[in-house]
Design a protein around this ligand. Structure first.
Ligand code: SAM
Length: 206
């Protein structure tokens, strides 16, 4: 991992703090209240979702491919005395058997995965029939001019934020991957730049 990757991991929570305090943490909590059964989180970062999982979650696996983030995640799991398992893996190749989870969670991660279609194929594979994908993602703006602006800023954002794309139409790709969207709404990303608007928050079933 590059020096910038280590700096990004160290700066991640300070940079996001104002957003978390002004509504992002509440959006996480509202989404994750729906988690149940064997639950897998993709690209869990430093573990900002950890405190939001409800008792209906019977087992929790947190994946994270980048070593500096994974080290922080492991530390947070230890500090909270949580029973979650941390697995260092990317979403494009999940080291789990077919149908092994009831819920998969992705928050602010499908913007960053290298191959979105392949990652969603993996999510489908590891979900049991009737399983759910819960997502909270910044996505391409529905207004064409705003989407063009996001496209122009994406090369810079990718460098600054370790591969993050501003202009991915993530809910549409979720549907293309064979999921049924049962719930999707747009929210304001609190205290975030215009190019990071809007957030798509929702649920899709396999
Ligand atoms: C913006 S952070 C979001 C972290 C966390 N999910 C959250 O909600 O705060 C993006 C995360 O995706 C991880 N990531 C990068 N490439 C990935 C991949 N191919 N598969 C899964 N996660 C990836 C990054 O290391 C980082 O932890």
């Amino acid at each position: 991992m590059s020096l910038w990757g280590r700096i990004f991991a160290a700066l991640y929570e300070p940079v996001l703090r104002a957003s978390e305090r002004n509504g992002l943490a509440d959006l996480r909590a509202g989404l994750l209240a729906q988690a149940r059964g064997r639950t897998l989180e993709l690209g869990a970062g430093t573990g900002l979702n950890l405190g939001h999982y409800p008792a209906a979650v019977t087992a929790l696996v947190l994946t994270e491919p980048e070593a500096p983030m994974a080290a922080r995640l492991e530390e947070r799991v230890r500090a909270r005395g949580a029973s979650a398992q941390v697995v260092r893996a990317g979403a494009e190749a999940l080291p789990f058997a077919d149908g092994s989870f009831d819920t998969v969670v992705a928050t602010l991660v499908f913007c960053t995965v290298t191959d979105l279609g392949r990652s969603l194929g993996e999510v489908r594979r590891v979900l049991a029939p009737g399983g759910q994908l819960l997502f909270l993602e910044h996505v391409r703006h529905p207004d064409a001019a705003r989407a063009r602006l996001q496209g122009r800023f994406t090369p810079i954002q990718r460098r600054l934020a370790c591969g993050c794309h501003l202009d991915r139409a993530i809910p549409a790709v979720i549907v293309e991957a064979g999921f049924v969207l049962t719930d999707e709404r747009h929210e304001h990303f609190p205290k975030a730049a215009k190019v990071l608007q809007p957030l798509a928050v929702g649920r899709a079933t396999r």
